[in-house]
Design a protein around this ligand. Structure first.
Ligand code: FES
Length: 88
C-alpha cells in the first residue's frame, strides 16, 4: 500500500493500492500499454524491465534465466514491495 510505481517510458508515476490485482492492472487503469496474454505468469508476453525497487511475484515461470538476470518481471503477477520504476 502506498508504494509509488513509475512507468518511466510512459512518463507516469502512480500510487499502488491493494485493490489492484497486479501491476499490469494498475498500468491498464492508468493508460500505460503493456502487452499481455495469459495474465497468470506463464506466457511471458507482459514482461518488462524493473529499473529500481523490488516486487513480489506469485509466479515467474514465464521468465527465462536470462530474463531474471536482466531484472525482467511479469507485471501480470507482480505487486510492488517498495517504490519501483519500470521500463513501460
Ligand atoms: S501475461 Fe502472460 S506472463 Fe504476464
Amino acid at each position: 500500500m502506498g508504494h509509488k510505481v513509475e512507468f518511466r517510458t510512459s512518463g507516469k508515476t502512480v500510487e499502488w493500492d491493494d485493490k489492484y490485482e497486479s501491476i499490469l492492472e494498475l498500468a491498464e487503469e492508468n493508460g500505460v500499454g503493456i502487452e499481455s496474454e495469459c495474465q497468470q505468469g506463464y506466457c511471458g508476453a507482459c514482461k518488462v524491465k524493473l529499473l529500481s525497487g523490488e516486487v513480489d511475484m506469485s509466479d515467474d515461470s514465464g521468465l527465462e534465466d536470462e530474463d531474471l538476470d536482466s531484472n525482467m518481471i511479469l507485471p501480470c503477477v507482480a505487486a510492488p514491495k517498495t517504490d519501483v520504476a519500470l521500463e513501460a
